[in-house]
Design a protein around this ligand. Structure first.
Ligand SMILES: Nc1ncnc2c1ncn2[C@@H]1O[C@H](COP(=O)(O)OP(=O)(O)O)[C@@H](O)[C@H]1O
Ligand SMILES: [Mg+2]
Length: 406
């Protein structure tokens, strides 16, 4: 009897030991797996990204923008601030990133920097059309772009296009962003340097050899911008922006930036703008460190607004060269399955009514006195735009189907 109970005790001890070992092993495996997930796989290269087959080929919605506008002539000191009015310091995170499957949470959205509000754009464009241009100088990139200073001290980047399609792309991309509620593109107006407003700089304009009655674009000049690199999840081996991604290491400032990047990806897909993330991916073939450098045509304001500049490759030129770039565009779009709710709603509306051409045209015509001079999208390009809206819509549906159960 005693032998039996000793045996039972030994058996019990053995079982307990086995259980402890089993649990410990499982925990170790989970920790290992988590570590693996956090370290990007170097084996998944840009080529792997390319191997993915290419996809077959208003209400007043701008958020409350608070801008710090200094009085007098100091418009160049303007800074974009967060909606809360406080700089985002990247400190410990208190906000859940996601909500309802594939959307950035409302809480996170409420902390996003407001960008360029519609009211701000209206006020700026009135000024830019009225004030005399006092000087033109380098300071906005290539020599055909000029930094203009107005009589009230504010400034604009003037872009002259060798052909009209560059200015059209820049201008219509701006209006498309407004249609989508994406407030990261600085306000823009068209101008004719042959007009009286430019009398002060006539000699300079002649020296630039701009064609006689050329239409140029003027974009608000923003002070204190800095460069910004592509965030890790959006690099070829970064795993994408998905509800299944691990956001535990991201600070609130990181998440606020990622939310704006999700808009950037949708915007650049719709406009087929290759001159930002996509051209970097392309360059990886011969420049393996390109992702570590600042992304072209993307800048960041001190309080976290991403500023999408130089959109001239979009819509017109971008659509002409789609054959070359589409596989990259669709790879980037596929890597994003988290969206800003408003952007997704806008896309859904434009898909449902199939009216992106009409809505873009009306907004452009009603906002821009020189719209008729510059012209609009051709029928073919308007069809491509609608087709891309439909594709983004279907992609969002696909993401919802895949991740809503999470
Ligand atoms: N709206 C702006 N506000 C402030 N700086 C600007 C603005 N637009 C352009 N710049 C400055 O000019 C540089 C080149 O601008 P970009 O428009 O990309 O010119 P390019 O046509 O030469 O590519 C930017 O990196 C930035 O330093
Ligand atoms: Mg540029």
């Amino acid at each position: 009897m005693r032998a039996v109970s000793l045996n039972s005790l030994a058996l019990l001890l053995l079982c307990t030991l086995a259980c402890v070992l089993h649990l410990w092993g499982g925990l170790e495996k989970r920790l290992e797996r988590r570590e693996r997930d956090l370290v990007p796989s170097t084996a998944r290269t840009f080529r792997a990204l390319l191997a993915v087959p290419a996809a077959r080929t208003t209400s007043r919605y701008f958020p409350r923008a608070r801008t710090n506008v200094t009085t007098g002539s100091g418009h160049e000191n303007k800074t974009l601030v967060s909606e809360s009015g406080e700089p985002e310091d990247g400190g410990p995170r208190t906000v859940e990133p996601l909500e309802d499957g594939v959307f950035w949470s409302r809480n996170l959205e409420s902390r996003l920097p407001a960008g360029f509000s519609e009211d701000h754009a209206r006020a700026w464009s009135l000024r830019a059309r009225a004030e005399r241009v006092l000087s033109l100088e380098p300071g906005c990139g290539r020599t055909s772009n000029q930094l203009a200073t107005f009589s009230d001290g504010s400034r604009a980047c003037v872009r002259y296009g060798i052909n009209a399609e560059q200015v059209q792309g820049e201008t219509l991309a701006y209006y498309l962003a407004r249609l989508l509620g994406i407030s990261n593109v600085p306000p823009l107006v068209l101008a004719q340097p042959s007009a009286e407003q430019w009398a002060h700089v006539r000699k300079r304009v002649d020296g630039l050899q701009w064609a006689g009655r050329a239409v140029v674009s003027m974009t608000e000049w923003i002070a204190n911008l800095s460069g910004t690199v592509t965030p890790t999840p959006l690099r070829p081996d970064g795993g994408g922006l998905r509800p299944s991604s691990d956001f535990s290491n991201q600070t609130e400032a990181d998440l606020l930036e990622l939310a704006q990047w999700s808009d950037l990806v949708v915007f650049d897909y719709l406009t087929a703008n290759f001159d930002r993330l996509v051209s970097n991916l392309f360059s990886l073939q011969w420049d393996s460190r390109v992702m570590e450098r600042d992304t072209s045509n993307l800048l960041k304001a001190p309080h976290g607004t991403l500023v999408f500049i130089d959109n001239e490759a979009g819509l017109v030129h971008g659509y002409r060269v789609l054959d070359m770039w589409e596989r990259y565009h669709s790879s980037v779009l596929r890597s994003v399955c988290i969206f800003r709710r408003r952007t997704a709603q806008r896309v859904a509306g434009l898909h449902r009514y199939r009216d992106v051409r009409a809505r873009l045209f009306e907004l452009y015509r009603d906002s821009e006195p020189l719209a008729a001079q510059l012209g609009f999208l051709s029928e073919e390009h308007a069809r491509i735009l609608q087709d891309r809206v439909d594709r983004v819509y279907r992609h969002i549906l696909h993401c919802k189907g895949k991740y809503n159960q999470l």
